[in-house]
Design a protein around this ligand. Structure first.
Ligand code: COA
Length: 335
């Protein structure tokens, strides 16, 4: 045994969200545009999902372009220069290169100075994983200011003829800057996964199957909708309550509830299970934005901030869940 000891690392006393930004693609797509291909109707889609319109990205609205736009707004809101950012975490499942990750390219375009930059693959739960990681990095001393970006161009992996997914998924980007603070602005993360249900939401084929197929087709998202619905509506309410408990607050202290924008009925079922008081303002971005997977929580919080439903200093419960099945939740102070 060596007698030598290593220097430990210590960071800021606490971490907080300093700023938020978003990018919504220009093209608004109403249900009417999708229904013929899936033998559906505007009424059915609204009743089952709460979705009226969503945004689909155009050719120029790439994963990188949307990320940079959202990140620039978050940096400006935080009053932080790109040069001060020493960590960039990108949560996405729709960056179309297996390697390298998109985070270093985004960081470079933003003008960050050689930050640690990597992607995380936790699907719809990815943004809340990123916030949990970023807070630990700031408190642990491995970074000072971390950009967390949730971004998706799900239309690249969407089967427009699949009745269970074509009307749900959409495109966009949201970002926050996580940095140091004296008081806690990000509560303890409650996260985990249920790999027994690994195939509830998945890509139709893996890349080797595609490459060895006689008639290769682009893999698409596929989902066991009813099973996901049951899991999300019941199991996730417990995770949300645990995040409140770990943060030392109750539903009565909460100002805003910002769940993953999967489906309005899931949001309502969670709010009922958690017995949220009527005073808690609930994010309902899914109605006009669809389900943007890793981008959905920051997009939803951004809309609440913009519309005055979330004010600086408010307590917001963030919770995200999806393929894996992976989930993460934390209480944050709204920047
Ligand atoms: N349009 C019209 N009718 C449809 C349809 C569509 N897009 N998809 C299915 N149906 C019909 C079915 O044919 C069936 O008809 P039947 O009763 O005459 O046989 C009926 O609707 C019920 O089908 P089912 O597949 O059981 O649908 P559902 O009630 O489970 O609703 C979802 C489908 C996708 C809306 C629902 O499962 C859901 O919201 N799941 C959660 C999805 C989600 O939010 N995932 C994101 C998690 S990250």
């Amino acid at each position: 045994m060596s007698a030598r000891t290593l220097a430990g690392s210590t960071g800021a006393a606490q971490a907080t969200v300093l700023g938020i930004g978003a990018y919504r693609p220009a093209r608004v797509v109403p249900n009417a545009e999708l229904v013929d291909a899936i033998d559906s109707s505007d009424e059915w889609i609204q009743q089952r999902s709460g979705i009226r319109t969503r945004r689909f990205a155009g050719p120029e609205e790439s994963v990188q372009m949307m990320s940079v736009a959202a990140a620039r707004e978050a940096l400006a809101h935080a009053g932080i220069d790109a040069g001060q950012v020493d960590g960039v975490i990108v949560a996405t499942v729709s960056h179309m290169m297996q390697t390298p990750a998109i985070a270093p390219a985004i960081a470079h375009e933003l003008g960050c100075d050689q930050p640690v930059a990597f992607d995380i693959s936790a699907a719809c739960a990815g943004f809340c994983h990123g916030v949990g990681l970023a807070a630990d990095m700031v408190r642990g001393g491995s970074a000072h200011h971390v950009l967390v970006i949730g971004v998706e161009r799900l239309t690249d992996i969407l089967d427009r003829s699949d009745r269970g997914t074509a009307f749900i998924f959409a495109d966009g980007a949201g970002a926050v800057v996580v940095g140091p603070s004296d008081t806690p602005g990000i509560g303890p993360v409650v996260w985990g996964s249920d790999g027994e249900q690994f195939d509830y939401i998945r890509q139709t084929q893996d890349w080797r199957d595609v490459m060895t197929s006689d008639s290769p087709t682009m893999p698409a998202l596929t989902m066991q909708g009813a099973a996901v619905f049951r899991w999300a509506s019941f199991a996730m309410a417990k995770v949300g309550l645990e995040a409140l408990d770990r943060a030392g607050v109750t539903v009565d202290d909460l100002d805003c509830f910002v769940p993953h924008q999967a489906n309005m009925r899931i949001t309502d079922a969670m709010a009922r299970s958690m017995k949220l008081p009527a005073s808690v303002r609930i994010a309902r971005d899914v109605a006009d934005q669809g389900n943007t997977s890793a981008a959905s929580v920051p997009l939803a919080l951004h809309r609440m901030v913009q519309e005055g439903d979330a004010r600086s200093g408010d307590l917001a419960l963030l919770i995200a869940f999806g393929a894996g099945l992976a989930y993460a939740a934390q209480v944050v102070v709204v920047p």
